[in-house]
Design a protein around this ligand. Structure first.
Ligand code: AMP
Ligand code: MG
Length: 521
């Protein structure tokens, strides 16, 4: 296995001069050198061939002992110096100070086919940023990260990738619901891959300490290596950078809303500077369409990170990034201009995204009302988001409201909910929808294909991940492999996987791991 090693981050940014691995405040440094803890008996559960190929690892390499040892943290690849990032952040709306990679260790950067990647082990042991925690990760959260990161990629959602999922062979103690019931679980290690793991919180770190020398160094580094197309110098350059982060973040959120993904912990330390989804913790997928839903029990009181609030929170987080970059720009006006445009821009793009989901090519003013009335209706009684949008593409131009309803009726969780008034409102809406698709030039089959390309048939429903975790805990990885294969083609019909195109079963409605998750991982 031959990797093309790059050490841009560590050669150009300041290292923590202290190399003792104890929890502490780290000043004037972008990272600390730290070695992964040797796992006692590592074994490979699953690897993503596509991610491997992207970074220059062949299918044969995946079978080598070298692969197992390097990506479990057992051995260190030659000429690399693993490091943990120092960053800060706002958690649940409050300033939290220094956070940092508490259970993540960056192995190295690599270059393959002119692209730069950072390889990072998650769950490979304590770092100076572990605070009171142990630096490890458990199998359940590692499966959730590995499967979901890859599923998101195949859905076309910008995301970190996941190269591998390994068991460490060690036991990790966790109190899953923070209710005084700690138990041992299997330890696991995922190797995440992204251009870099620089976050909004990386900039907040230096800004909060008024360390403007390092703030500038980090901004210059990030732009030079990851936004090389940004021209100009000084204020212009930083503004262009902020503008681009705003744009890519907006796009990422639009994708989340399109597929029904709820991140669950949109703290500023979990916001990638690349506008990619990062840190798969207590995330979840909408089953019944509910803008007020969050899977994260830690957030159950205020539901700050609920589905419908994600665009708002992205903007809030961008404000924090703007504050952090302000010392480099020293003029609030242009930053405010960019931030002020976010909501209108989002509304516009959201409308177009929903038009795509509904199969409209022509843009009509009146679509706003049609879409608003649809989202209200979807919330009225429990309606499965994925099944609704997928099946809506079966409606034809010739359908009457009643026959159109037949196409979508599988999406409702309880037939009893469909009383006369609810049915009437659905028929009214479908009648308007029918008129609307008759204004389109596309043939039914063309519209169906177009809709099916943006409305996935298969997503990683919370209960599916949980079933897979239950099996994996017993050493059976067949479901994990099956789901991984299925999620590679989320928009394809895949009749052999039809059984996964189904509503959440009743047993999963209020089960821990399925609809309720905590930050414990
Ligand atoms: P998260 O909410 O998962 O993004 O984590 C917030 C902060 O807590 C980050 O600095 C993490 O690195 C840290 N953290 C979370 N879990 C652990 C753990 N098991 N060991 C050490 N640090 C952790
Ligand atoms: Mg995090």
């Amino acid at each position: 296995m031959k990797l093309h090693i790059k050490n841009n981050f560590t050669s150009e940014l300041p290292a923590d001069p202290i190399e003792i691995n104890t929890p502490r405040q780290v000043q004037q440094s972008a990272y600390s050198y730290v070695l992964p803890k040797k796992p006692s008996n590592p074994s490979l559960i699953h690897a993503s061939n596509e991610v491997a190929h992207a970074i220059g690892i062949s299918d044969e390499d995946l079978l080598l002992a070298d692969f197992l040892h390097i990506f479990s943290g057992s051995t260190i690849y030659p000429e690399t110096n693993p490091f943990a990032l120092c960053y800060a952040g706002h958690q649940f709306g409050n300033w939290a100070g220094q956070l940092g990679d508490g259970r993540a260790i960056n192995l190295t950067e690599v270059i393959h086919e002119n692209k730069i990647y950072t390889l990072q082990l998650k769950g490979a042991g304590p770092t100076p940023y572990s605070r009171t925690a142990d630096g490890f990760a458990v199998l359940r959260s590692s499966i959730r990260e590995h499967l979901c990161a890859e599923a998101m990629h195949y859905l076309g959602v910008p995301t970190t990738r996941s190269l591998s999922l390994m068991l460490s062979g060690d036991q990790v103690l966790r109190d899953v619901m923070y209710n005084g019931n700690p138990a041992y679980e299997k330890g696991a290690i995922v190797c995440r891959v992204a251009p870099s793991f620089i976050r909004f919180g990386s900039f907040e770190m230096f800004a909060s300490r008024e360390d403007y020398v390092n703030l500038k160094l980090l901004a210059d580094f990030t732009i030079k290596h990851h936004f090389p197309h940004i021209q100009g110098e000084g204020i212009e350059k930083y503004l262009a950078f902020f503008q681009e982060v705003t744009r890519t973040t907006l796009k990422m959120i639009l994708h989340w809303q399109r597929v029904g993904f709820v991140h669950g912990v949109m703290n500023t330390d979990n916001m990638s500077i690349h506008g990619i989804t990062i840190d798969y913790g207590p995330y979840g997928w909408l089953e019944d369409y509910n803008s007020g839903w969050t899977p994260n029990t830690t957030d159950s009181q205020h539901k700050r990170y609920r589905f419908g609030n994600q665009p708002e929170i992205a903007l809030w987080n961008l404000y924090q990034l703007a504050n952090a970059l302000y010392p480099l720009i020293k003029d609030a006006k242009p930053l405010e201009t960019i931030l002020d445009a976010f909501s209108t821009e989002y509304e516009k793009e959201y409308l177009d995204m929903m038009r795509n989901k509904l199969g409209f090519q022509i843009k009509k003013e009146s679509d706003i009302v049609l879409i608003q009335s649809l989202t209200q209706l979807l919330e009225r009684v429990e309606t499965d988001m994925t099944i609704f949008f997928r099946n809506l593409s079966d409606v034809t131009k010739a359908d009457l409201a009643i026959t159109a309803f037949d196409s979508i009726k599988d999406a409702f969780y309880n037939e009893k909910d469909l009383d006369e008034t609810v049915l009437k409102d659905w028929y009214d809406w479908l009648e308007k929808y029918s008129i609307r698709i008759n204004e389109e030039i596309l043939l039914d089959t063309e519209r169906k294909n177009q809709m099916n390309a943006v409305n996935p048939k298969y997503v990683l429903r919370n209960y599916m991940a949980q079933l897979c975790i239950d099996d994996a805990d017993k050493g059976d990885y067949s479901l994990l492999n099956e789901l991984f294969e299925m999620l590679k083609k989320p928009y394809d019909e895949q009749p052999n996987f039809q059984k996964w195109f189904a509503k959440r079963p009743d047993w999963a409605r209020d089960k821990v791991g399925c609809s309720m998750l905590s930050c414990s991982s």
